[in-house]
Design a protein around this ligand. Structure first.
Ligand SMILES: O=P(O)(O)O[C@H]1O[C@H](CO)[C@@H](O)[C@H]1O
Ligand SMILES: O=c1cc[nH]c(=O)[nH]1
Length: 256
């Protein structure tokens, strides 16, 4: 007799296998950096911080920002672990997700430290093919996206110290297989920036009726020859901090 497990239902309301979190340990909104070491950076903006769990690449801390309970969980790099993090966080009560990542500019004039608000993702990943037809759009929640842009534009350095840009981005699976031809194609399509997680974040969130958005800090530019990854880490660090504040302000503004 068949005893095939339905993973879409299995393990609901239990301590989750990969993130190591049980219901009641997190709030309803989560900020999602890729890097576990960026979770404590988010916690610097919170009060009453709790170290909740750290299993594999998924580190989680909670705390309060302007009276709101905020969760920060790292996704790791790429769509497979991001889909797992979103699925499992949803099972323990998170309903809104804001990715705060780093991303490479694909148009001239997108500079390290600029804030990039995502309007939609070109799905160049394998994970979401397992979830939905290749034509299914990877798009963020409209209200959350507008709130992220409003919050970013309201930051003190916006428009002077750095730009706030919005547009389409791509999610790639293979950092070192981004050929010059592929980068040129993305550039010619008008894609603003490239990262590696939002495709899974958006598709899984749509299918599970969750909210998702993304604000990235520009780490580098792949088309104007002005920056490599280790050029000016201070600018990227400022960008991360600014994107975190914008995400926190948007979460409070929408009471996510
Ligand atoms: O800095 P994070 O959020 O990890 O984002 C970007 O950095 C990693 C690649 O260097 C990928 O995960 C990419 O999406
Ligand atoms: O996919 C990515 C993400 C960040 N930077 C890149 O060059 N590629």
């Amino acid at each position: 007799m068949s005893q095939i497990i339905d993973k879409a239902e299995a393990g609901m309301n239990a301590r989750q296998y990969h993130i190591g979190i049980a219901p009641g340990e997190v709030g309803t909104v989560a900020l999602l950096p890729g890097d576990p070491f960026r979770v404590p950076l988010i916690a610097e903006f919170l009060t009453d911080v709790t170290d909740v769990a750290h299993n594999r690449e998924h580190r989680t801390m909670t705390g309060y920002y302007k009276g709101k309970l905020i969760t920060a969980t790292s996704t790791g790099m790429g769509c497979p672990s991001t889909a797992i993090a979103v699925e499992e966080l949803a099972r323990v009560g998170v309903t809104s997700f804001i990715r705060v990542g780093s991303s490479a500019g694909l148009q001239p004039g997108v500079n390290p430290g600029d804030l990039l608000v995502s309007e939609g993702t070109l799905r160049n990943d394998g994970t979401t093919a397992a979830y939905a037809h290749h034509g299914f759009p990877a798009v963020p929640d409209l209200e959350l996206t507008l709130a992220l842009r409003t919050a970013a534009l309201a930051l003190p350095g916006a428009g002077t110290d750095y730009q706030v840009l919005s547009g389409l981005n791509a999610s790639d699976d293979a950092f070192y297989a981004e050929t010059p031809e592929w980068i040129a194609e993305l550039n010619s399509l008008g894609i603003l920036n490239v990262e590696m997680e939002s495709s899974a974040l958006y598709v899984v969130s749509r299918l599970r009726k969750l909210r998702a958005g993304m604000i990235c800090a520009c780490s580098s530019n792949l088309v104007d020859g002005t920056s490599l990854y280790d050029h000016d880490p201070a600018k990227l660090m400022d960008g991360w901090r600014n994107s975190i504040v914008a995400a926190l302000d948007a979460a409070v503004a929408l009471d996510l």
